[in-house]
Design a protein around this ligand. Sequence first.
Ligand SMILES: [Zn+2]
Length: 443
Amino acid sequence: MSATTPILRRWSGLLLAVALVSGGVVYTVEQRHQDARARLAVTTPAPPSTTPKPSRIAAAVAARRLAVDLILVRRAQAVQTGNEQLFLADIDPTNKKLVAAQKILFANLVEIGFDELGYSQAEERFNPEILKAHGSTTYLVRVLMRYQIPKVDFTPVTTELGYTFIARGGHWLLTSDSELDNDLGPGAHREAWDLGRIEVQRSPRVMVIVEKGDTRRGRAIVHAANEGLAEVTAYWPLKWTGSVLVIALDETDVRDARFADEDIESAASTGSTFSSLPGQETVDGTVAGGYIVINPNQRDQVDEILLSHEITHVVTASLGGYEPLWLAEGSAEYVSWRGIEALSGPGQVAKWEQEVVDTAVPQLTALPSDAGFYQNSADVYGVSWLAVRFLVRRIGLDKVEELYEDMARNGTDQAARDRILQDRTGLTEATLWTSLTTYRPQR
Ligand SMILES: [Zn+2]
């Protein structure tokens, strides 16, 4: 079926690396006063025989920072005002490929229609090969793109980019937007608008992004997402007023979804958005919500059953993301199977439940753990679903939803998870598992 991408855990490694390099260059008001002199330093470099004074270097750095800040402000303004010329004004005109790609990017960004959009410089990055390729003025910088899509994002969220600037004739120009990609977090520069010309289809609570011209499919997915959202509203007690973003492009790598390798078996994946990226303020970052990405090979099979599973992940995403995967996937399966039950009656669900009891449970010796969950060849989705069905029968759906919220917010380690589960259900993961092994579904 599908997968939430356990992004919190995946990110932690990188984070430390990011934390170490950030905080290097800080632009202060004081530095602003040196602008005039600094601009001079950039345009007329000192002769090689003289050793530049440190203050002069600092001034040049400050001037570069200001110049690039202004470029970034212009880019955001250009999108907000629909001014393509302004957007392209700071692109290296000799890089025809980049200019063409930036035209597409501009059109995509305008089509998304951001409530808020801004770019800011994080830290400078150093790469001798890139320096060699572009010359001594090369400035490689990690850039934070902060934006808010109307109704989809409850708060502004952040994604990262890597830009290469060069100085030519006294002006700073963007000459590449992809040279830092491999050193950024998972999914960076793989947002829906980064991958070719898109088209947006909408309904009041759904936004679908497809390839330009793929209108019919876009509308069909809007329809399926509306039905999926209705199922989640009907079968999951959490009140959620947001809008769902579904990305269905002809791309195997979109955001942190990897349908060419690790997520190859998944029909869809829900990945987090961050109001604060991992490493920015905290190691895990702050999850704001989630976007759904459809496997390109499954775009014709998108229905409300698949989407109700993913939308359950979306509506629970902003709770915190610390819930165990068996609870996250089990709840998403619970909702989508309630939808199947409503469509085809209880027979199919009963048959499936019996199959999980008879064949899936005996393959495991405990509740599926987070580690290796998505690589497990056993039916971990089925067992997770059974665990949630069992809990719903034991404490009721509302209490299971409260358990979910508590876990998502506070289940930061195994001890906390055990305590929450024990307090709210009277079970540990071990006794819950034992209950499943002896569980006989009631008919
Ligand atoms: Zn899932």
